[in-house]
Ligand binder design. Structure first.
Ligand SMILES: OC[C@H](O)[C@H](O)CO[C@]1(CO)O[C@H](CO)[C@@H](O)[C@@H]1O
Length: 511
């Protein structure tokens, strides 16, 4: 690993720019010809804070964890302007007329983005690429949609085969309207409808609409995603989503439920990839506008989340009711292997019988997977029956920094704690304790409740997936200068722990 100071808290497999500021993922697409993933992103190359001029940065990957940086993809015309968020589609049948037969149908790349001009006016523009997504030419008749507004942005476009048209999902941000437009050629757009629902917060941002397969079924549903910032129930930025049907003109939600995509503090501006060969894959910006510009990394600020595969499944939210929910599973290639690990197929922890994986010459990359049952179903509410996974730094100046995730069997809830006394970072909005109630994933033959937990730690970010992706929680954390994860421990808090682990895997990983 890069041992220089600025690298100790730079994630290994979560995308970060080489230098500068990154926020929203943009233009995510899969090049089917090259089998290559492309991410673009909101990028300030001139400093590690958000600022104009703002560009589309660009990176590519064959496996969604090893990224190759490329030159700026789309640039504003003036230094006090920004190429704000947007998306990319592959215009296979050349509806736009931008391409000739020399361009492979799987590489007919058209970007749709918000141009934020010096008067703060926000209009929707398009640009096409004749080299499969590395350089772009702006459409000579831009903008393609101009409502003379300053809060009108973040177009997510896709081909809706059922109604044979391009669909744009874009927000009138502070009017709390998701607007749906249609087009046959990406140049001329017709307003179809508005959709408003869920938490309003201060403003809508980064909307999206994508089809998600239902597990163990041939059916799928449409998922509308919507970013809110500020105004998250846990502070600052978050993504909510709605499940429903889409006919090419109107989105009809199944219910009035607003569902939260990721209950952590650092998962924002989610976008799904265009032209994925099967299913639904997406990722988000792993930070929060409350403190994103202030976190104690210097050369660069923030990273993307891991890419995740999305499905829908009915999950119990209480003993009586199941609801259809997004299931998220991180995409981790086999090239990520264990340097050392502790794997058990059955483990009964006690206060003195713990598991501790210590990495020599740590990469800072770890994961853990637990499947456990609780041996009793009734507890007095004065009891404390918990286990903890402790992610700890190396000892430095006789101190050690810890991030932990645990489970309390009495209230059937996971908890997370990233409270670290960091001399360089103190922020009132950097919420350090989070939790979620979980119904059991299943019950064993003796009707004992079974739960699962998967976590991946990558130097200064931890992604948690509860009950096989039924709930996800993404958080950054900042250990003191030079410190980063060196060990993982599984501990319990009482002598006769009521936990029976059917599976424990603690791994120190290398990429
Ligand atoms: O100054 C940017 C402001 O904080 C916005 O709320 C951030 O907006 C987003 C969301 O993070 O970032 C983009 C711009 O970088 C914009 O297109 C998108 O709506």
């Amino acid at each position: 690993m890069g041992n220089e100071e600025s690298e100790y808290n730079r994630p290994l497999i979560h995308y970060t720019p080489e230098y500068g500021w990154l926020n929203d993922p943009n233009g995510l697409f899969f090049d089917k010809k090259e089998k290559l993933w492309h991410i673009y992103f909101q990028y300030n190359p001139n400093g590690s804070v958000w600022g104009l001029p703002l560009y589309w940065g660009h990176a590519t990957s064959k496996d969604l964890v090893n990224w190759k940086h490329h030159d700026l993809a789309i640039s504003p015309e003036k230094d006090d302007e920004g190429i704000f968020s947007g998306s990319i589609v592959i215009d296979h049948i050349n509806t736009s007329g931008f391409f000739d037969d020399s361009i492979d149908p799987d590489q007919r790349v058209v970007a749709i983005y918000t141009n934020h001009d010096s008067n703060e006016k926000q209009t929707q523009e398009i640009a096409y690429s004749l080299d499969a997504g590395y350089t772009f030419t702006k459409y000579k008749a831009n903008p393609v949609i101009d409502l003379n507004l300053t809060q009108f942005r973040d177009p997510k476009v896709f081909w809706h085969k059922q109604s044979n048209q391009w669909i744009m999902i874009v927000v009138k941000s502070q009017d709390f309207k998701i607007q749906i437009y249609g087009s046959t050629n990406l140049k001329d757009w017709k307003f179809h409808s508005n959709f408003s629902s869920g938490f309003y917060g201060f403003q809508y941002e980064c909307p999206g609409l994508f089809e998600v397969p239902i597990e163990n079924s041939t059916k799928s549903k449409w998922v509308m995603v919507l970013a809110i910032n500020p105004g998250s129930p846990i502070g600052g930025s978050f993504n909510q989503y709605f499940i429903g049907d889409f006919d090419g003109y109107n989105f009809a939600p199944d219910d009035t439920q607003s569902r939260i995509m990721d209950i952590g503090k650092d998962f924002y501006a989610f976008q799904n990839f265009s032209d994925v060969e099967e299913g639904a894959i997406g990722l988000a910006w792993a930070s929060n506008w409350q403190y994103g510009n202030l976190v104690p990394t210097t050369e660069r600020r923030s990273s993307m989340s891991l890419a995740r595969r999305y499905t829908l499944k009915e999950i119990n939210i209480n003993p009586e009711t199941k609801i259809l929910s997004l299931i998220q599973r991180p995409i981790i290639p086999d090239s990520i292997t264990a340097v050392n690990s502790i794997v058990k197929t059955s483990f009964h922890p006690t206060i003195n019988n713990i598991l501790s994986l210590v990495a020599q010459d740590s990469t800072g990359l770890f994961d853990f997977k637990l499947r456990f049952k609780i041996k009793e179903k009734r507890f007095s509410n004065q009891e404390k029956i918990t286990f903890d996974i402790l992610v700890q730094s190396q000892v430095q100046d006789n101190e050690i920094d810890t991030v932990k995730v645990g489970f309390d069997a009495v209230i059937s809830s996971y908890y997370f704690n990233r409270a670290i006394k960091n001399k360089n970072f103190e922020n009132e909005f950097f919420t350090d304790k989070l939790s979620t109630y979980m119904e059991p994933l299943s019950y064993d033959d003796n009707n004992l409740p079974v739960f699962e937990l998967y976590g991946i730690v990558d130097r200064n970010i931890i992604e948690l997936y509860f009950n096989d992706g039924a709930v996800a929680m993404t958080n950054t954390f900042f250990m003191n200068e030079g410190r980063y994860p060196h060990s993982i421990k599984l501990v319990v808090n009482n002598e006769d722990s009521k936990f029976e682990f059917e599976q424990v895997s603690l791994r120190h990983l290398t990429n």
